[in-house]
Design a protein around this ligand. Structure first.
Ligand SMILES: [Fe+2]
Ligand SMILES: [Fe+2]
Length: 221
């Protein structure tokens, strides 16, 4: 028979999933949340993060994305995720201390808001979330997110930005290339850096294949 903690977590997981499934954003779908959970537990284990607190942050971290998309970025999803998540955590019966720690984690799960997290749980979640923007999955997600950003996949004339500045707002490929250079500096944990390095190597091979694939079409009209 499942224990009380497992029942509470399952309730929260299902409520978060319902919200994420309703947003229908392929870059922040439930599969992303599950990958972040797996990687944040792997990373968290190496730095003494509490698994339950880590998972609770992960389940709710992106549930406010619908609001960010519908307001074209005026509402930050970190804040709105916390607004939506608080009543779910209360209904699940968690104590106020844990709820406040989890909500703090949700509001601060992005590097742009919290560049120096101090709790191991938040370090693990931030690293796992960032790692999911890299590798073949990162390429898929950047391409999918382009629909919402109304940007092109790449510059037809100069896809690899040889003769121009990279522009992540205009092209998904620029975003991927810029991110792959910068992310390593923003990771907090050794385990996160190790996973990142493996994925980056694979992504570079994939980009080389893309370079070969696009070659014949550059300058073609
Ligand atoms: Fe997020
Ligand atoms: Fe995320």
């Amino acid at each position: 028979m499942p224990d009380e903690l497992a029942i509470r977590e399952e309730y929260v997981r299902q409520e978060a999933r319902k919200i994420i499934d309703g947003i229908k954003d392929p870059a922040h779908d439930w599969a992303h949340t599950v990958r972040v959970k797996v990687d944040s537990l792997t990373i968290g284990e190496t730095i003494g993060a509490d698994p339950m607190e880590t998972k609770l942050i992960v389940w709710g971290h992106d549930i406010g994305y619908g609001e960010q998309l519908s307001t074209h970025g005026e509402t930050r999803h970190e804040d709105f995720s916390a607004v939506l998540y608080e009543p779910i955590l209360k209904r699940a019966g968690y104590g106020n201390d844990l709820i406040q720690r989890v909500l703090y984690g949700i509001r601060n799960h992005t590097y742009s808001i919290c560049p120096n997290p101090t709790s191991p749980e938040l370090m693990a979640v931030q690293d796992a979330d960032r790692i999911d923007t890299i590798g073949i999955i990162g390429i898929f997600r950047a391409a999918a997110y382009s629909t919402f950003l109304k940007r092109e996949l790449f510059d037809q004339e100069d896809p690899f930005a040889i003769k121009r500045e990279r522009d992540s707002e205009a092209y998904a490929l620029d975003d991927i290339l810029l991110r792959s250079d910068k992310i390593i500096e923003k990771l907090h944990t050794l385990k996160g850096k190790e996973i990142f390095a493996r994925r980056l190597e694979f992504m570079r091979d994939t980009i080389e294949i893309l370079r070969l694939a696009l070659g014949p079409y550059i300058h073609a009209t």
